[in-house]
Design a binder for this molecule. Structure first.
Ligand code: ZN
Length: 347
């Protein structure tokens, strides 16, 4: 049974009526989890500490957040802060850390954290894009400095590029960041040319997708690039920025990924984690703005993590002209580092 992080206090993070990042996003899923306590084992959470946050965020920004406790404001036109938002973001971040550490401690148990607000857009010195604290980056640093986990892979399948996560790790050779996202789209980063910096050159792998991409594009990018890259990197721990806003029913994403394809991506990552790092995989919720679609996807992912779904039983769509073209483009951009590139026919 996988671990799960969820907390009723997250519901107090609420903005103006009609804001898509709202407590109601999780309502159908929470109701299902309440009715199925056997589906996952809850983990207790606590607020992330200042030293944990300071591994990723600047001191002035952490102090700015502290000063906003109890107040209401906007960090940018999308990103609200309600009176309990800072407390809740720190709790969500502490939940991410506790989950990552519990999974890293072993025993082959995977985990999922239903965090609100999301985190992957948050930069070192600024919140943005609904995000206050970059939970996945803080969790990865907590594993590195708290548990000596060195090689960490982060896969980000949220429909938006994880700019904050990329920027934090782009000079790190020991952190692989692989992102599938719609491009051009918010937040504007995530081109093929962004491949990391300095010692980390090559450890950032962006896989931009055209609007309307669906199962064929995502699953062939997974099979031909994401999975081979992860196997070559051989992580000690796999973290996933699991947004579900590329779902076909999502009101913001404009993509066509089905629930079954999300389950397949989770199953493939679980398989990689089993083969390379004794099954150490933790998924952190990012976006996903259709409550029923989000509930379906997370239930399927939990079934995968608990071993109730078998990879071979999941559908794999045929390649399409678009998926073949994308994989060729990815191969050319990321060079001979990847096995998939070496399999491509000469032009
Ligand atoms: Zn998103």
């Amino acid at each position: 049974v996988p671990w799960i992080v969820r907390d009723a206090r997250f519901r107090a993070h609420r903005g103006a009526p009609g804001h898509p990042e709202c407590p109601e996003r999780l309502a159908p899923l929470e109701a299902w989890l309440d009715a199925h306590p056997e589906a996952a084992e809850p983990l207790a959470l606590r607020e992330a500490t200042d030293p944990e946050l300071l591994a990723v965020h600047s001191r002035p920004y952490v102090e700015q957040l502290a000063s906003l406790r109890g107040g209401s404001t906007w960090l940018d036109p999308d990103t609200y802060v309600a009176p309990r938002s800072v407390e809740i973001a720190r709790l969500a971040c502490g939940g991410a850390i506790e989950l990552a550490k519990r999974v890293a401690a072993g025993h082959g148990r995977a985990g999922l954290a239903l965090l609100r607000p999301p985190g992957h857009h948050a930069e070192r010195a600024a919140g943005m894009g609904f995000c206050l604290i970059n939970q996945i980056a803080v969790a990865a640093e907590a594993l590195r400095f708290g548990m000596g986990v060195e090689r960490i892979a982060i896969v980000d399948w949220d429909v938006h590029h994880g700019n904050g996560t990329q920027h934090h790790f782009e000079a790190s050779r020991d952190t692989l960041f692989v992102s599938l996202h719609r491009y051009p789209f918010y937040p504007g980063t995530g081109t093929l040319a962004e491949r990391g910096a300095e010692a980390g050159l090559g450890s950032t792998v962006n896989l931009p997708m055209p609007a309307g991409a669906g199962d064929a594009e995502y699953l062939h990018a997974f099979a031909d690039v994401v999975v081979p890259v992860l196997r070559e990197f051989r992580p000690e721990m796999l973290l996933v920025s699991a947004g579900f806003d590329a779902h076909v029913r999502d009101p913001l994403g404009g993509m066509r990924v089905t629930t079954g394809a999300f389950a397949t991506m989770a199953a493939q990552l679980l398989e990689v984690a089993r083969d390379t790092c004794e099954g150490r995989i933790a998924l952190l919720l990012e976006g996903g703005y259709d409550p029923e679609a989000l509930s379906e996807c997370v239930r399927e992912v939990l079934a995968v993590l608990s071993g109730d779904r078998v990879v071979s039983a999941l559908h794999t769509p045929p390649t399409s002209e678009s998926s073949r073209r994308l994989v060729r483009i990815y191969g050319e951009a990321h060079g001979t580092r990847f096995a998939s590139v070496r399999r491509l026919p000469p032009r």
